[in-house]
Design a protein around this ligand. Structure first.
Ligand code: PLP
Length: 373
């Protein structure tokens, strides 16, 4: 029986054609696909500007740099996220400050943000975990009250909506990833979207060595080289042509899993709050004590049956790298800890078929039968 991977991109549209076209044109670094991808992505995200980068992590790094954050500043991020969110803050020397998760969505809990704000706080980073948008209204309200920037980490949420508005249009700066497992991929790549012309211009300069606007090769600031290539953008343009289809596929996949798995004891399925449209970047479930064994044991047994899974992220306050830096020692985020111990995601790729989902569901039921026998 063939192995069901946790993720596979769908590259069956114009991807090859456009990438070959980019190569044939000789424009392999900058080029017209970059311009086109940025323009079309801004339309997709519902913002005035979109600036491409080498990765989602680079997008976060540039966003904090463009906001002028440095070692004196603090940035509020969720305890439960990928380490890239925290690294993005650290590159400029700022300090990430953690907030626990909502028990149902796993997202940054708005009710816990205010107690972490002090006079050094400069920004809040809502991460739309596994494609479910954060509760943005209270987050934006708190940010406005304390004059903080909002930097959305929408790496996992291309096309998701909060009260009808696209994820990635709700912050001052919004970051996306185009890694191979993302809903839109360019192999490696990222994007920052914004409605702020000044910030957009600053990011454009920063990602390209900070050439002086008056004279190329004259520099008054330290910049980076974090530019997306024309080949990557060519891939992105082809992907964007089918993004509506990809989102439909993800939502249909979620509906099928819900139908197949809703009666499995000890298995918590992902929620979708009424005010959002989740894109189910990954179909993230939780294995509770009633299931009959631990999450790790379920993952191990599923793998033996040819079904690949991934665990949830590990929270930032248990990451050795931050403890070595003197951050988060002795801190506790009980919801993030529990979700991280119980959570895993099932195969969720864009090429996944209903018959494969049925096999996944059957394998999960088999595991439960085995461990309860
Ligand atoms: C929430 C989140 N933020 C940031 C990133 C970083 O993106 P990249 O891998 O493109 O650097 C990822 C993906 O890996 C992610 O899932």
């Amino acid at each position: 029986m063939s192995f069901i991977p946790v993720n596979e991109p769908d590259l069956s549209g114009n991807e090859q054609k456009y990438v070959l076209d980019a190569v044939a044109s000789g424009w392999v670094s900058t080029g017209s696909y970059v311009t086109r991808f940025e323009k079309e992505f801004a339309e997709f995200a519902g913002t005035r500007f979109a600036i491409s980068t080498t990765s989602g992590t680079a997008a976060l790094q540039l966003a904090f740099a463009a906001l002028g954050l440095g070692p004196q500043d603090e940035v509020i991020i969720p305890a439960l996220t990928i380490v890239a969110t925290a690294f993005g803050v650290c590159y400029g020397g700022s300090k990430p400050v953690l907030v626990d998760s909502e028990p149902d969505t796993g997202n940054l809990d708005p009710a816990l943000i205010e107690r972490k704000i002090n006079r050094r706080t400069r920004a809040i980073v809502p991460v739309h975990l596994y494609g479910h948008p954060c509760d943005m209204d209270p987050i934006r309200e708190i940010a406005a009250r304390y004059r903080l920037a909002v930097v959305e980490d929408a790496a996992e949420a291309h096309g998701a909506r909060y009260r009808g508005r696209p994820a990635g249009s709700l912050g001052d700066l919004n970051c996306f990833s185009f890694y191979a497992n993302k809903i839109v991929t360019t192999g490696e790549g990222g994007m920052i979207t914004t409605n702020d012309e000044v910030l957009a211009e600053r990011i454009r300069r920063m990602k390209d060595l900070c050439h002086s606007p008056q004279k190329r090769f004259i520099h008054t600031d330290v910049g980076f080289t974090l530019r997306m290539t024309n080949m990557q953008a060519a891939l992105g343009v082809a992907q964007l042509e089918r993004v509506d289809q990809f989102i439909l596929h993800k939502r249909r996949m979620a509906a099928i899993y819900a139908e197949l798995l809703s009666d499995v004891e000890g298995l918590t399925l992902p929620v979708e709050r009424p005010e959002v449209e989740s894109v189910y970047w990954m179909y993230a479930v939780r294995i509770g004590p009633e299931f009959g064994c631990s999450r790790d044991e379920v993952m191990r047994r599923l793998r033996e049956k040819g079904v690949d899974t991934r665990s949830y992220f590990y929270p930032m306050h248990v990451q050795p790298v931050f403890l070595q830096m003197g951050l988060f020692g002795g801190e506790s985020y009980p919801v993030a800890e529990r979700l991280s111990a119980e959570g895993m995601y099932l195969p969720s790729g864009l090429t996944l078929k209903r018959c494969q989902q049925e096999r996944v569901a059957e394998a999960l039921r088999d595991v439960q039968r085995e461990v309860r026998a």
